[in-house]
Ligand binder design. Sequence first.
Ligand code: IPE
Ligand code: IPE
Ligand code: MG
Length: 241
Amino acid sequence: MLEASQVGLPRHVGIIMDGNGRWAKARGLPRTDGHKRGAEVFELICDRCADLGIPCVTFYAFSTENWNRPPTEVAAIMDLLRHWLKKAQEREVENARKGIRLRFIGELEGLPEDIQSLAQDAQEHTRTHSRTICNLAVNYGGRLEILQAARHLAAQCQTGERDALTLTEDDISAALYTPEYPDVDLLIRPSGEQRLSNFLLWQSAYAEFWYSNTLWPDFTAAEFDRALADFARRGRRFGGI
Ligand code: IPE
Ligand code: IPE
Ligand code: MG
């Protein structure tokens, strides 16, 4: 059993929650059922992060490319998110006890207005919880994030607030959606796919990748612990020797 104090715990875990559709298909169920089950697993792993005291975890819930899916599937995913946010509101006491702070990254403005305001409320209500930041990437794209940061910095250079020639990597990090988070240490992708799919491109520059064939709805806390144990054994060099 892993303990919160265990050395080698990642400071930031990124998780690409993939395989919901295939999980449902294999059972002859509608894809939405896979997303529902996936949402339950998301809660389970978020709780596990808080149990262990992992400071930051980012779950990829909906990408900027996921708008390419059939409108009915997109609507079902938005409904699930809406439902989950309302439930999170009811579970404020539990969230406080667990120390889970909810944050959102992505272009929230592109989401239905009621979801935007529920997301703002969730962020506000959990603002003071300090054990684990549970970050949900919704309408998130890594390239779009970098593009927005570039626009922001370029505008500041234009007004003379900044000098383009002295811009640093830290300036870019600070202009992303995740200015106060450490870079991703461990990136987990289940479901057999081995790609980033536009997730946390800048922040994962030196992330350790961990893949498995488990479809996300079948993912367990025990498998998460295995990924952490594997991470703790890796030798990271960051270009050194
Ligand atoms: C991940 O599961 C959930 C989202 C991308 C919203 P998928 O829906 O991509 O499941 P598969 O990959 O089709 O099995
Ligand atoms: C990545 O999964 C996005 C999320 C998990 C939210 P996808 O299923 O959309 O990725 P691709 O299309 O297989 O690369
Ligand atoms: Mg997928």
